[in-house]
Design a protein around this ligand. Structure first.
Ligand code: PRX
Length: 663
């Protein structure tokens, strides 16, 4: 479905059978009483139940100040510190308990107890302060899956300095864009990390991001992955600071956590939108932390005795909310793995699960499809025992669901799909594991207090069970919602609110959050999310804007124009296909094809590489001059072409199809 063209589509998906959660799971669940839905039906007061999981310096005056929609203030008047909530307050009962269990790719382990975490967070906070970081300074982190990443996040939070972590797989230009947008004066990186058996030189990305002088950075703090600095790492005098040296000067330092207003910014997380520029989703402290603590306890069902592994990267929102802030706020033991799931062998994930006795495991459908393709034989040698398995990021096909249930869950674990977004802060649609039957391929019901709906293009609600998909919206704000897009309230309004809200109203009931996904609701109330409505792809669970890729591709000197469309892929969900028009007189060639692929790898990251590069002579433009990527998507997927009447020249798609098939 593509925005503004057809507003609803038929989505009569075959109904699937239900599976009951096993009684052993229900018996131990944090929530096994459906009365929770009634409690959260008291809106917005129900959400106080989540806020009460935290320690507050000052209690809030109002649960929700919605006087200036859609700029919502949760737990207004309250004060707290996120680092204190994730670390200090656990010391009384859990000082020796493992907070983070880190497995390096080469196989070394760090068991970081809450007491160690307290020490390391304080000492790094002292280092940050020594280079000048103070409250409200935005600190950009470009760190891979090493313990220093959560430590740096919590150290920033301790000082009241918002962090902006850029996924380590992003390369220099993507890092430079995000540094510039956040106007960040501080960058924290690491010399290298291990991936698929290689010790990667990571710091060079920071060097080249800062090379052309367009980003103004005072200080680059450099962690070291091994005892010795990576052989290729160069330190720039006056700018780069070796963290190891500074830590020596701050051993034993303790810094009081800064008490923050509930609405003070905790972090920025850049994500892809429909235009070229990434957008900085801004999350506050009180609402966000309450929401992720609450959902970690009630949905991920984490108990103090569990070992929980969210197999995702902290560089994306999933890791922020459900590796770091949520689990640590409730005193959990959270596993972190540095490397690739197939290194040095395809049983690595199950080997780690056995080694640490992981009982709750969270991953993406892409990973499940990959494990399924690799085959059960890679699981068989390991003795793991999960009670709860969850997924996020993309639609989960019933076939992959069944494989997960049978081979990973041993038919005795609960399986839960979770729908949410960078912007929602935490999970907003999902079944509470002990309270609802599982249904393969469905995300499930609304989380407590959340009010999703499916609308047609005119804003009318589509009834459950009608077999029609429409726009997925959320009708009431919730505590995890983003505050705005960093320094861009207008874009915040236009991306999420304008389509279905009465923007002149100051009554929050007239404001509706549009998620940019299409979804369908079955008669039993379960939602099934079909995918993005806008020009955003979902590649292996990573969100990628077509425009970002296109801007990279047109940097290739021979390329005149480029358009990118998603092609369905059996494992990754989608891969980008690039449609490229070359400059006059340039012949297509394998070299140009490689250049196109390389420029995307270099400008954005390897994970974004186009699957196919198609050389065409024209692109399908509408009369108003917009590229109709929907038609390219149909060509890529070998589907019938839909309506072409708004095209400037309606013969173009057929012409492209011929060129592609002939190529
Ligand atoms: O299209 C939806 C898809 O991922 C998008 C959000 O991406 P991001 O902000 O990167 O956050 C990913 C992890 C929270 C959504 O707009 N998506 C997420 N979860 C699901 C999903 N699609 C289908 N089913 C899901 N469970």
């Amino acid at each position: 479905m593509s925005e503004n063209e057809s507003d609803t589509i038929e989505a009569r998906l075959p109904e699937q059978e239900y599976y009951r959660p096993p009684p052993a799971f229900v018996g131990q669940a944090n929530v096994s009483d459906p009365a929770i839905y009634e409690r959260f039906g008291e809106y917005p007061e129900g959400f106080e139940e989540y806020a009460q999981l935290l320690d507050w310096d000052d209690h809030w005056d109002t649960v929700l100040d919605a006087s200036d929609p859609p700029f919502y203030h949760w737990f207004n008047g309250g004060r707290l510190n996120a680092s204190y909530n994730c670390v200090d307050r656990h010391l009384d009962s859990y000082a020796d308990k493992t907070a983070l269990l880190w497995e390096g790719e080469p196989g070394e382990t760090q068991r970081i107890a809450y007491q160690d975490l307290y020490r390391r967070v304080n000492e790094f906070a002292a280092v940050l302060r020594s280079v000048g970081v103070t409250e409200d300074d935005i600190v950009t982190l470009h760190l891979p899956m090493v313990p220093e990443l959560p430590i740096a996040m919590l150290a920033c939070a301790r000082l009241g300095a918002p962090h902006s972590e850029v996924f380590a797989g992003f390369t220099a230009p993507a890092l430079a864009d995000r540094l510039a947008d956040a106007n960040s004066q501080y960058l924290v990186t690491i010399d290298g990390y291990h991936r698929r058996g290689e010790f990667l030189d990571h710091k060079r990305k920071a060097d080249s991001a800062l090379e052309d002088g367009s980003v103004d950075i005072d200080t680059v703090l450099v962690f070291t992955r091994e005892d010795e600095l990576h052989p290729d790492t160069k330190m720039e005098d006056g700018r780069d600071v070796l963290v190891a040296d500074r830590l020596d000067e701050h051993r034993g330092d303790r810094l009081d956590p800064i008490s923050r207003d509930a609405e003070d910014v905790l972090f920025l997380m850049y994500t892809s939108g429909t235009t070229g520029r990434p957008k900085g989703a801004q999350h506050g402290t009180g609402g966000y932390l309450s929401y992720v603590a609450g959902t970690s306890k009630y949905l991920f069902d984490i108990h103090p005795t569990d070992t929980y592994w969210c197999f995702a990267d902290i560089g994306w929102i999933t890791g922020h909310s459900y590796i770091v802030y949520g689990p640590l706020a409730i005193g959990a033991t959270s596993v972190l793995y540095e490397g690739a799931p197939d290194h040095p062998h395809r049983g690595r994930v199950w080997e780690i699960a056995e080694k640490y006795n992981v009982d709750i495991f969270h991953t993406s459908p892409t990973a499940v499809r990959m494990f399924m393709k690799w085959g059960e034989e890679h699981l068989q040698p390991y003795d793991f025992n999960f009670k709860h398995l969850t997924t996020v990021g993309e639609p989960m096909q019933p076939e992959a669901w069944r494989w997960y249930y049978e081979h990973v869950g041993n038919e005795s674990a609960v399986i839960v799909d979770t729908w949410w977004q960078t912007e929602t802060g935490g999970v907003v649609i999902s079944n509470l594991p002990a309270l609802a039957d599982m249904k393969p391929g469905s995300v499930g019901q609304a989380m407590p207090g959340i009010s999703p709906a499916i609308l047609d293009g005119a804003g009318n609600e589509i009834e459950p069970g009608s077999g029609t998909a429409g726009y997925l919206v959320l009708e009431r704000p919730w505590p995890g919602i983003l505050q705005t897009l960093y320094e861009d309230d207008d874009r915040y309004l236009s991306e999420y609110w304008k389509k279905f809200s009465d923007t002149d109203s100051d009554d929050w009931r007239d404001w509706v959050y549009r998620a940019s996904d299409s979804a369908v609701q079955a008669a039993d109330g379960y939602y099934r999310v079909l995918g993005r409505i806008d020009d955003v792809m979902n590649v292996a669970g990573h969100r990628l804007g077509s425009m970002e890729l296109e801007s990279a591709i047109v940097e290739v000197p021979e390329v005149a124009e480029a358009a990118v469309a998603p092609r369905d892929h059996p494992e990754k969900g989608q891969v980008p296909d690039a449609y490229v028009v070359l400059k006059e007189g340039v012949e297509s060639s394998e070299e140009i094809r490689s250049e196109v692929i390389d420029v995307v790898s270099e400008d954005i990251g390897k994970f974004a590489r186009p699957g196919n590069v198609e050389f065409v002579t024209v692109l399908p433009y509408t009369r108003s001059g917009k590229i109709m990527r929907r038609l390219l998507e149909e060509i890529s997927n070998d589907r019938e072409l839909s309506d072409t009447t708004t095209l400037e020249d309606s013969s173009v798609p057929e012409e492209i199809r011929k060129q592609v098939q002939g190529s």
